[in-house]
Design a protein around this ligand. Structure first.
Ligand code: UDP
Length: 315
């Protein structure tokens, strides 16, 4: 058997993003250790990998310490969609904070490079547009999204303090809305909600009047960005925005899904959730300059692939 390129740990490896990352790292030649507690993920996302000779899975909750020997840590583990992270908000904060402390401790002991997937939610309901990494955000600290937003903000604090205080080699990515195959069909995200509703012949649920915006990044573009960030020189710590600057209103997204699926069930307008950000668009000039990275897959093309996946998986 060939010698692996290195040992990579992926926490949250059975999730939507984690499973794509595990796949990519295996094809790049890594020995991949996938850690997940399946709180908001599923074994189905990784069944096609379990027989790979360089792939290993541990059922583990990152709020408890983990003792393994690795060279690189991709710390993704955390429920990320509002329906999942609001189901047990105390546990969400614990996962973001204790999970990061445990993984940073692991990086400190092993000397591993450690990357974490932070979020555009650190910008809250942003008062500047588009959002660059210098913007400190506008987050309600006691609202229903705070467990996630403030949890991730605290996680970023921990990463930078471990870097300054202990010299850890850290990488902080701020992920903007990402979509693609293996999204959870019932995680309440707008892309999966719209596509699943259209395929099941139900109306698309638009919250508010649909004028709020998001910028949607296809999964393959994100994976490319994460791998490039991990491979970047040690002085590239981030935070770096990883997202697609193409900005769409939710109403435009609904029109696109209707056009691509051919659904005739129309749209149903529902109340806007509390603290729902009005606009969100990444400024990715820093990632472009430092990583030579930018997304290449336009929304229409990524949606086609996502619809094809859901057509098959909902079967
Ligand atoms: N949204 C919607 N219909 C849905 C699900 C979400 O109109 O069925 C809206 C939601 O209010 C928000 C946007 O789509 O303005 C993106 O929501 P999502 O939960 O996907 O991501 P986030 O709010 O975390 O960016």
């Amino acid at each position: 058997m060939s010698i692996a390129k290195g040992r990579a740990l992926v926490t949250g490896g059975a999730g939507f993003i984690g499973s794509h990352l595990c796949e990519r790292l295996l094809s790049d030649g890594y020995d991949v250790l996938c850690v997940d507690n399946y709180y908001s993920s599923t074994k189905d996302n990784i069944t096609h990998l379990v027989n790979h000779p360089r792939f290993e899975v541990i059922r583990h909750d990152v709020t408890f310490p983990l003792y393994v020997e690795v060279d690189e840590i991709y710390h993704l583990a955390c429920p990320a969609s509002p329906v999942h992270y609001q189901r047990d908000p105390v546990q969400t904060t614990k996962t973001a904070v204790h999970g990061s402390i445990n993984m940073l401790g692991l990086a400190k002991r092993t000397g591993a490079r450690i990357l974490t997937t932070s979020t555009s939610e650190v910008y809250g309901d942003p008062a500047v547009h588009p959002q660059s990494e210098d913007y400190w955000g506008n987050v309600n600290p006691i609202g229903p999204r705070a467990c996630y937003d403030e949890g991730k903000r605290a996680a970023e604090t921990l990463f930078f303090d471990y870097h300054r205080q202990h010299g850890l080699r850290i990488k902080v990515a701020r992920l903007f809305n990402t979509y693609g195959p293996r999204m959870h069909p019932h995680d309440g995200r707008v892309v999966s909600n719209f596509v699943v509703a259209a395929l099941e012949g139900r109306p698309l649920t638009v919250y508010g009047d649909g004028s709020q915006t998001r910028s949607f990044q296809y999964i393959d573009d994100l994976i490319e960005g994460l791998v490039a960030l991990m491979a970047s020189p040690d002085d590239v710590t981030g935070p770096l925005n990883l997202g697609n600057p193409g900005e769409f209103t939710i109403a435009e997204l609904a029109d696109l899904v209707i056009a691509q699926t051919g659904t005739t069930a129309g749209v149903e307008y529902l109340p806007l959730p509390q603290d729902d950000p009005v606009r969100r668009q990444p400024d990715i000039s820093r990632a472009k300059a430092l990583l030579g990275w930018e997304p290449t897959i336009p929304l229409a093309q990524g949606l086609e692939r996502t619809i094809a996946y859901f057509r098959e998986s909902l079967g």
